[in-house]
Write a protein that binds this ligand. Structure first.
Ligand SMILES: Cc1cc2nc3c(=O)[nH]c(=O)nc-3n(C[C@H](O)[C@H](O)[C@H](O)COP(=O)(O)O)c2cc1C
Length: 197
């Protein structure tokens, strides 16, 4: 089932919603390139390009499940019960494409605060999520599957000394119908400032 897209760009932004349960097909190779290129248009103070992406697809997804779940169990996380492991494995087995997201830590940068680099990386992910939606696929950002377990980060080639691992984007075709999301009214989050009180 394809997500309803995008009569106009604003309609696309307003209809994006996260879709956890996904299946094939994944975006085609040229679509994946467009999706990743969209990430490059994120706002980025100092042009540090702090975002990094690791594409995981095909048989590598089963390997990731093995590596990550074993590492989570080794870490002693009590939430990783046999039932939880089974459900995570089933979820991952359905997803045709993961993109691991990381922020490259700019050790020698003294000008741009670290949180601004994190924000730039978050913006790059937002562009990915919107591009996925605009191409008619679904995506879900998850910090499950051992995101905060150092062995998992290392296994992905994201040495914790140099990278902050920010989770996975699961990407594919929605496994079932996606009803519209119930979004808040912007007025509840906005004030206008007209001068000092
Ligand atoms: C950094 C980040 C990590 C997230 N990790 C999880 C997660 O591990 N599990 C989860 O259920 N939702 C997680 N979410 C929330 C979902 O990705 C999604 O945003 C949420 O279900 C709301 O859906 P929406 O994007 O359509 O508003 C995360 C969101 C962000 C921004």
């Amino acid at each position: 089932m394809t997500v309803t897209t995008t009569a106009t760009p604003l309609h696309a932004l307003n209809t994006r919603r996260s879709v956890k349960f996904l299946r094939g097909p994944a975006p085609k190779p040229d679509e994946l390139e467009q999706i990743l290129q969209a990430a490059m248009s994120a706002p980025d103070h100092g042009a540090l390009r702090p975002w990094r992406f690791v594409v995981i697809q095909g048989e590598a997804i089963g390997k990731l499940a093995d590596v990550a779940l074993e590492a989570v169990k080794r870490s002693g996380d009590p939430r990783m019960t046999p039932e939880k492991e089974k459900s995570v494995r089933e979820w991952m087995a359905g997803v045709p494409l993961f993109i691991a997201v990381a922020q490259k830590i700019a050790h020698d940068n003294t000008k741009i605060p670290e949180h601004e680099q994190l924000l730039a990386t978050g913006c790059s992910v937002m562009n990915i999520l919107n591009a996925v939606h605009m191409l008619g696929y679904g995506a879900f950002w998850s910090t499950g599957v051992g995101t905060y377990v150092e062995d998992v980060q290392n296994a992905l080639g994201l040495d914790a000394l140099d990278y902050r691992f920010l989770g996975y984007l699961a990407i594919g075709t929605p496994a079932c119908a996606v009803p519209p999301a119930n979004r808040p009214n912007f007025r509840d989050f906005v004030t206008e400032w007209t001068g000092p009180v």
